[in-house]
Design a protein around this ligand. Structure first.
Ligand code: ARG
Length: 461
């Protein structure tokens, strides 16, 4: 008779113990223990359903509930003994439950498999991570709205090609970031809908012969419905890919945001001050104050995009249904959630303390002929075709470049040399204040429009 290996999962099937290195290589408990509470939540719902369909009696259910509650306490107090011999979070908890309550523990796995169990756990886990991410996104949005309100009238240059283009308000610029975060939230909400579907009941791949009540477990676990197809349920990781895709976009936004903060904090731009608490010094250059938080966040954006690619590659060659490959989904997902939460938190903490150097912003907007388009628009209002106006203003800018003066610094006489339709009132629109105030349509940079946009944004919460 073959020797029975008592440690090994499904031990009776195996005559040989697992190779020691293979045991370590295939185990996931070191990282998937992070889903322990979700695993227990799933088991509690499954056990209640098994009791309802008379697979477990009331006493067995009570034992399982008590045992799992003891395990929750052990985990919370750091007393739970995680063992690589039990491979993963699921087997560790089941083994401990059986050690605590005996036979009823051995009945818990009736009608389910680790394949539907792990898919359920990840979904429960991501649901709660999305709640935290959303909370941090909201904090950051509020911080942006507060700063935008302070700077609804603060004038700065707007850029295209990183060249001064047209004057804008700092509040308007901030509200562009706000909009990006709104879309990020929408994407997370949308992804949440597909996460919130319950695979439990698919068992290994083909469902189970027990008369399970999947509506009951779905309801107990707060899922919107049970999944439709057992094969798809255990193998699908689209929701994980969607989550990292939504996360990659969030990080891409934070990275662009970071890039601007870093540029603006430089001596060359000198538009903002990032408070000391969010910067560090150099070990060699005593004068340095480096914008570490935005730099790190810009760097971290790369790892989340990397996780998205990892998950896409993880799935692309897999036949139906579950394959062990899927164990590789967890670390990218956990790191994506951690990176998002930490980066958003750092930003939400930092933004309220950013100070704008208004004079520097204003002076920078005065350079680069930022109101040239306003002069062209002025001529159009006087009846000229836009292309002709564009040409004429080009000539005026050339005079400005040659004599090192802004358009507003040319005399009326000089301007009239380019077009007799130019009057004294041109100086109102050549001023930065006039230029921004004129853009008061929906989506424009005028202070009154920015205030309206902030008000409307606040009313959405
Ligand atoms: N630790 C596994 C995972 O993360 C759990 C499912 C294992 N299923 C199996 N048939 N080996 O995917």
């Amino acid at each position: 008779m073959a020797t029975v290996n008592t440690d090994k999962l499904s031990s009776a099937r195996f005559a040989q113990a697992t190779d020691t290195f293979v045991e370590i290589f295939t185990a996931s408990v070191n990282f998937d223990q992070r889903m322990a509470l979700q695993d227990i939540e799933g088991s509690l719902a499954h056990a209640k359903m098994l009791c309802k369909i008379d697979i477990l009696n009331d006493e067995e259910l009570a034992d399982i509930i008590n045992g799992l509650n003891i395990i929750i306490k052990e985990i919370e107090q750091g007393e739970f003994n995680w063992s690589i011999k039990q491979e993963d979070v699921h087997m560790n908890i089941e083994a401990r439950l059986t050690a605590l309550i005996g036979i009823a523990g051995k009945k818990l796995h009736t009608g389910r498999s680790r394949n539907d169990q792990v898919a359920t756990d990840i979904r429960l886990y991501l649901r709660s991570e999305i709640d935290v991410i959303n909370m941090q996104l909201t904090r950051l949005q509020h911080a942006i709205l507060d700063l935008a309100e302070k700077h609804a009238e603060t004038i700065m240059p707007g850029f295209t090609h990183l060249q001064v283009a047209q004057p804008i308000t700092f509040g308007h610029h901030l509200m562009a970031w706000y909009e990006m975060l709104c879309r990020d939230k929408e994407r997370l909400d949308d992804c949440y809908k597909r996460i919130n579907i319950m695979p439990l009941g698919a068992a290994a791949l083909a469902g189970t012969s027990y008369p399970i009540d999947r509506h009951m477990t779905a309801e107990l676990l707060g899922f919107s419905r049970p999944s439709n197809n057992s094969l798809d349920s255990v193998s699908d990781r689209d929701f994980a890919i969607e989550f990292t895709a939504a996360g990659s976009l969030i990080m891409m936004h934070l990275s662009r945001f970071s890039e601007e903060l870093i540029l603006w904090a430089s001596a060359q731009f000198n538009f903002i001050d990032i408070p000391d608490a969010f910067c560090t010094g150099s070990s060699i250059m005593p004068q340095k104050k480096n914008p570490d938080v935005p730099e790190l966040v810009r760097g971290k954006a790369g790892r989340v995009s990397g996780h998205l690619i990892s998950l896409l590659m993880l799935m692309k060659g897999q036949p139906l249904a579950y394959n062990k490959d899927n164990q590789e989904d967890k670390e990218p997902l956990f790191d994506t959630a951690d990176t998002l939460i930490n980066s958003l938190r750092a930003f939400a903490d930092m933004i309220p303390h950013i100070t704008a150097k208004k004079d520097n912003m204003y002076n920078a907007a005065k350079q680069g002929f930022a109101t040239a388009t306003d002069l062209a628009d002025y001529l159009v209002r006087k009846g000229m075709a836009f292309r002709d106006a564009h040409e004429i203003v080009g000539l005026a800018v050339r005079l400005g470049v040659d004599t090192q003066r802004d358009l507003s610094e040319l005399s009326l006489e000089e301007l009239q040399h380019f077009s007799s339709q130019i009057d004294q009132d041109v100086f109102d629109i050549l001023k930065l204040e006039g230029s921004v105030a004129a853009r008061k349509h929906i989506g424009g940079t005028a202070p009154e429009t920015v205030r309206k946009a902030i008000k409307s944004a606040r009313s959405q919460f």
